[in-house]
Design a protein around this ligand. Sequence first.
Ligand SMILES: Nc1ncnc2c1ncn2[C@@H]1O[C@H](COP(=O)(O)OP(=O)(O)O)[C@@H](O)[C@H]1O
Ligand SMILES: [Mg+2]
Length: 207
Amino acid sequence: MAQSLFITVEGIDGCGKSTQAGLIADALETAGRDVLRLREPGGIEISEQIRAILLDPENGEMGDVCELLLYEAARAQLVHQVIEPALAAGRTVVCDRFYDSTTAYQAFADGLDRDMVAQANELAVNGCRPDLTFVFDVPVEEAYRRRSGRGAEDRLELKGGAFQEKVAAGFRAIAAEEPARVKLIDAARSVEEVFADVSAELRAVGA
Ligand SMILES: Nc1ncnc2c1ncn2[C@@H]1O[C@H](COP(=O)(O)OP(=O)(O)O)[C@@H](O)[C@H]1O
Ligand SMILES: [Mg+2]
């Protein structure tokens, strides 16, 4: 049976996560691996229901801790129901966002206590950690251009820019703290150039 492999992709919205996740999954499939492509919340019923609570505009009074725990609840179910069984069966899992997003958004950007967020992450994943994580680093304005195809002068987007900067800095800090697992990729280049760096990291872990 093939050795399981768990890969996650991270970074701010528009950095190229989904694009690179698809290329990674394609390449690993071509290499003969049985690949499960996931994005949180993973399409499972319980997690989708939790997601609906998170996204519901009626829930504007939701506090940061409630938000954190709902993300973790959705993640815990995804790990339990989908990721752990897949890895136990020797499959390869490529997941678009995972607990590093919670660290970047809820701790670094929203300002929740870092240790509390780490404990909540640990509770959710129960020791199930990615073997390899890519953080795609692009300037906030470039991510905005990629998302919208428009210029970056929109007032609300500029206001959101400071938040995105904190998230991006959080992801860079995570990569600096865990260099063995988390690879910081300069994603302000062509899809092909970015994927060349990704491929080199995949080869380095024998994938
Ligand atoms: N390296 C790149 N250079 C230019 N455009 C890119 C690059 N990677 C992705 N894109 C485009 O930018 C947009 C956002 O990419 P996507 O992969 O959806 O990002 P994310 O999943 O991080 O939000 C898409 O239209 C995608 O085709
Ligand atoms: Mg995406």
